[in-house]
Design a protein around this ligand. Structure first.
Ligand code: C2E
Ligand code: SIN
Ligand code: SIN
Ligand code: FE
Ligand code: FE
Length: 621
């Protein structure tokens, strides 16, 4: 740690004395402040951080003792060293000086050597005190920091740990951690990442590194953290500083989004299948087609139990072409399929064609196929039916084939179970829509949650965007897409690290680069989901500008989708009127002025005109 040059205040009304001191102290290179009176001295002290005061005893306005006593009374200057400028034999002054708190004396006429020795001693003490203060401040900062902070030695063992980290790691006290390696809190995959980071730091490939990983605290709880690492050199050698930020909440929000995305997708595909046919048979037929293709069997069938009649009915088949004959209907204990159903065990009949079967269905099928395999279809502990596979040629499956078939049977059973549930529930398309909307709203709330200051932002902008869109003549389905798009407009911010998203000040160029990715992230995530194609127009397009200077695509004018042009006005309206970590909230008037000024540059003028009318009519109420 380098110390700044010392600042010395010389207080003497004799300009000759000041000149002498200036000359003598030159080689110490201090910042020299000069005052000719007590008043001037106090003014300078108010304005500067002073390390040493050289004080004359006789001043025009006040005597030096009074000044000294006054400084010692004020906590701001109590610690500043004060040397009196006195003549060598003035014992009375020296005594009085000590009484009012002087640190020493410099004799007039000045002896160069004595002066420098005195000043240097005091300065050294001073620097030491500076360091101590600095260290105290630093330690206090670390103690109070909400992030976990630690210093590790070159072996990766804890040297210094702050209370937040003690808590995060779930240990009793700092002493318990000292000497323990940080790696003790890392599960295997985290450990690998951490070692890789360490190596890059030590090899000086990197000054600081940031990564996200899971740590495991002493209670065995896994905690997601953002880990920043940096090298610090110390007298004890290389050390590494760690900063750990708990990002569990953010990770949970992200995981929730992933889950909901999966739910939404499966809801949707169910919805499509159900509304397209409202028929389980249709779903099963597609499933069998897949099985037939993947297993290379010549035919397959699914028999499902009909609860009312107690029979196994052919629900779907692929490559069977059975005559539509009631004789082929099986009671749930008849035939090979019935056996499999009752026993709940798979069956392999590699000699299918060589035998005479008691059941007419088997007899018929055995004339066509050489091998027969059947598996119970079981989901949630309940057997629903039987999956049958037929091959034209004799076939002896191996272990791996069976594993694969069983996995497929499980998949089929689950699909059947779910589809049946849906059928039972008679899930109408209105209910499905409701389920989507509930999911998207929950999703949007999770997004707002991440950025505390913008809570409710998504709902507010959605409300207003809908009003504006209606005012501009948007109707029907398009309105619904706009609604969902608004709710999810900043979903891409999930990809922006907290350190940037929540930064309490303007962003640096590099941080902007990251921030400007958020519409692209939204596109990358949502584009994969067919039914969100219309929804992603706003998340992807809401930072485009009318004059083409926006991002990420730099679209211009009507090349920007109308929904995005409408939304961007409302987004800026709401953003500016909300307090942000980097600026206070703006008034309605100022914000409206801002938007009007930018009609034709940032915003579509037609949208701004409609917006001004809309806001005007709201405000008059
Ligand atoms: P956001 O806060 O939702 O802001 C949306 C848009 O409203 C901004 O898009 C911008 O057009 C407008 N806006 C918001 N605050 C201000 C402001 O203080 N002055 C002006 N003139 N316009 C404002 P933009 O600029 O593309 O920013 C996108 C996102 O980037 C913002 O979303 C916010 O999350 C973030 N951001 C922007 N500036 C800063 C900043 O200085 N510090 C931090 N930490 N984040 C920022
Ligand atoms: C959000 O995070 O969902 C809203 C943040 C914003 O638009 O400023
Ligand atoms: C800002 O861009 O943050 C402030 C703009 C203004 O004060 O007009
Ligand atoms: Fe945005
Ligand atoms: Fe926004």
């Amino acid at each position: 740690m380098s110390t700044p040059p010392s600042t010395i205040l010389v207080v003497d009304d004799d300009t000759h004395v000041r000149f002498m001191l200036r000359t003598l102290l030159r080689q110490e290179e201090p910042v020299l402040l000069e005052a000719g009176s007590a008043i001037e001295a106090l003014t300078l002290l108010e304005q500067h951080q002073v390390d040493l005061i050289l004080l004359d005893v006789v001043l025009p306005d006040q005597d030096g003792f009074t000044v000294c006593a006054r400084l010692r009374d004020d906590p701001r200057w109590r610690e500043v060293p004060i040397l009196f400028l006195t003549s060598l034999n003035d014992h009375a002054s020296r005594l009085q000086g000590l009484n009012v708190g002087a640190d020493g004396f410099i004799s007039k006429p000045f002896d160069h050597g004595e002066l420098l020795a005195q000043v240097r001693t005091i300065m050294r003490l001073n620097r030491y005190r500076h360091l101590l203060n600095e260290q105290k401040r630093f330690v206090r900062l670390i103690q109070l920091a909400p992030d976990g902070i630690a210093v590790l030695d070159s072996q990766g063992r804890f040297v210094l740990v702050n209370p937040a980290l003690v808590q995060l790691l779930g240990v009793m006290s700092e002493t318990q951690l000292r000497g323990t390696p940080f790696s003790a809190f890392l599960p295997p995959d985290g450990l690998e990442r951490y070692h890789a980071c360490m190596q890059r730091l030590i090899a000086k490939q990197e000054q600081t590194l940031r990564t996200e990983l899971l740590i495991q605290n002493s209670q065995g709880t896994a905690i997601a953290v953002e880990l920043s690492m940096g090298c610090v050199a110390d007298i004890q050698g290389e050390q590494v500083q760690l900063i750990l930020r708990d990002i569990t909440a953010r990770k949970q929000a992200e995981a929730q989004i992933q889950r909901q995305l999966a739910q939404l997708t499966s809801l949707h595909s169910m919805g499509v299948a159900i509304t397209a046919s409202l028929d389980l048979r249709h779903i099963l037929a597609r499933l069998l087609e897949n099985i037939g293709n993947q297993l290379g069997v010549d035919a397959c069938a699914i028999l499902l139990l009909n609860q009312q009649s107690g029979t196994l009915e052919l629900a779907a088949s692929h490559g069977l072409d059975l005559p539509d004959d009631a004789d082929l209907l099986l009671h749930s204990d008849e035939g090979l399929a019935g056996m499999v159903f009752q026993a709940e065990r798979p069956l392999a009949e590699t000699q299918y064609a060589q035998q005479t079967w008691p059941n007419p269905r088997d007899r018929l099928l055995a004339t066509r196929f050489a091998s027969y395999f059947a598996l119970p279809l079981r989901a949630r502990g309940e057997v629903q039916g039987v999956l049958e596979l037929f091959l034209l040629q004799p076939f002896s499956p191996d272990h791996v084939w069976w594993l694969y078939v069983e996995a497929l049977a499980v998949q089929a059973a689950i699909a059947i179970h779910t589809a049946m549930l849906f059928e039972q529930l008679q899930l109408s398309s209105a209910e499905l829509t409701h389920a989507y909307n509930a999911t998207i709203e929950g999703w949007s709330r999770a997004l707002d949650l991440r950025d505390h200051e913008t809570e409710g932002h998504s709902l507010r902008v959605t409300d207003l965007t809908m009003q504006l869109a209606r005012a501009m003549g948007v109707t029907g389905e398009d309105l619904e897409h706009i609604r969902r798009g608004s709710l999810l407009h900043d979903i891409g911010k999930m990809g922006i690290p907290d350190s940037i998203l929540l930064k309490p000040g303007p962003l640096s160029a590099a941080e902007w680069e990251v921030m400007r990715q958020h519409p692209t992230y939204a596109y990358e995530w949502l584009a994969m989901i067919p039914f969100l194609q219309q929804t992603l127009i706003i998340p992807y397009g809401h930072h485009e500008k009318w004059d083409g200077t926006g991002y990420p695509r730099g679209l211009k004018g009507e090349a920007i989708p109308l929904a995005a042009r409408i939304f961007s006005v409302v987004d800026v309206w709401d953003a500016l009127r909300s307090q942000r970590s980097y600026r206070p909230a703006w008034s309605d008037e100022r914000t409206l002025e801002y938007i009007k000024e930018r009609a034709g540059s940032h915003f579509d003028p037609a949208v701004v005109a409609a917006f001004v009318r809309l806001i005007g009519s709201c405000c008059q109420r």
